[in-house]
Design a protein around this ligand. Structure first.
Ligand code: CP
Length: 305
């Protein structure tokens, strides 16, 4: 599962139905089910992660899999072993699923050509983060009932955001209208070809929106001169009560995390559970990843001669 484009509306709907069932199961008990008993899942994170790495680990364990979470800093990567050599080495141990995060766009796709197991893209550079888009869709479906017809504004540092790219693909596929809002320096020049309306003014872009999805300002991916002052950024693009009031009454707020409070979002909005879906997104992450792992394991069994 490398890209949101690997799905179609039917497949996405099937995954969401399965994930929905896992949400209810997880709420009843943390014991899980044994769907992946006898399967091995390897988590290989070359970039930092809290939500994605831990939720993949919990998801795999709840499904009964054997899980190896590789501490990359303590692995032979620190001695100079390449991404490909690392993956090929792990592949020789015959895992069933490799979950990979890497700073290079296309890393997961490249790996998938070198190994015999299933590969899940847990975020590759600024390219894609398909399981994040799936969990976001699940959160929206549970909050609104249906995603079709919703207007979703994705706001902030679109240029560096794999979350934005995967969400644009998946939300559009499921019938939502997607807007992109951000300063001209942080919205890619070709964004109008993504099938979205582009706005540089928060008031205009948020008007009439059902959902406001804030993005983290990814200062670590910017060279010094491109990085905006965080105070000025918050003034124009940070979501606070005043800006949120431009969206539809009852609009819900999302953020994939980690949040920069006071930079792209005000704590007053982020922590208000009557508008914020941020903690729901974290909960949905476990269920959505359980659905992805279960579906991949089932597909592999179907493929085995
Ligand atoms: N949303 C997300 O990918 O968070 P982490 O970087 O903590 O995994």
């Amino acid at each position: 599962f490398l890209s949101a484009a690997d799905l179609n509306p039917y497949a996405a709907g099937q995954l969401l139905d399965l994930a929905d069932a896992f949400v209810e199961l997880n709420r009843q008990s943390s014991k899980g089910v044994e769907i992946l008993r006898g399967h091995t899942v390897v988590n290989l994170f070359f970039e930092n992660s809290t939500r994605t790495s831990s939720s993949f680990e919990i998801a795999a364990k709840r499904l009964g899999a054997d899980v190896v979470s590789m501490p990359v800093q303590a692995s032979s990567v620190a001695k100079g072993e390449t991404l490909i050599d690392t993956a090929v080495t792990l592949n020789a141990m015959r895992p069933d699923i490799l979950v990979v995060r890497h700073s290079a766009s296309g890393a997961a796709a490249l790996l998938s050509q070198k190994v015999g197991c299933a590969v899940v893209n847990a975020g590759d550079g600024r390219h894609e983060h398909p399981t994040q888009a799936l969990l976001d869709l699940l959160s929206l479906r549970r909050a609104f009932g249906d995603v079709g017809g919703l207007t979703v504004a994705i706001c902030g540092d679109v240029a560096h955001s794999r979350v934005a790219r995967s969400n644009v693909a998946l939300l559009s596929m499921m019938g939502a209208r997607v807007r992109l809002i951000g300063p001209p320096t942080l919205v890619p020049g070709d964004a109008d070809r993504w099938g979205c309306e582009v706005f540089h003014d928060m008031r205009e872009g948020l008007s009439g929106c059902d959902v406001v999805m804030m993005l983290r300002l990814q200062l670590e991916r910017m060279t010094g001169s491109l990085a905006p002052s965080t105070r000025e950024y918050f003034r124009f693009y940070g979501l606070d009560r005043e800006k949120l009031a431009w969206a539809k009454p009852g609009a819900r707020v999302m953020h994939p995390g980690p949040m920069n409070r006071g930079v792209e979002i005000d704590s007053d909005v982020a922590d208000d559970l009557s508008v914020s879906l941020i903690q729901d997104q974290v909960e949905m992450g476990v269920a959505a990843r359980m659905a992805v792992l279960a579906a991949l394991a089932e597909k592999r069994e179907g493929d085995t001669p």
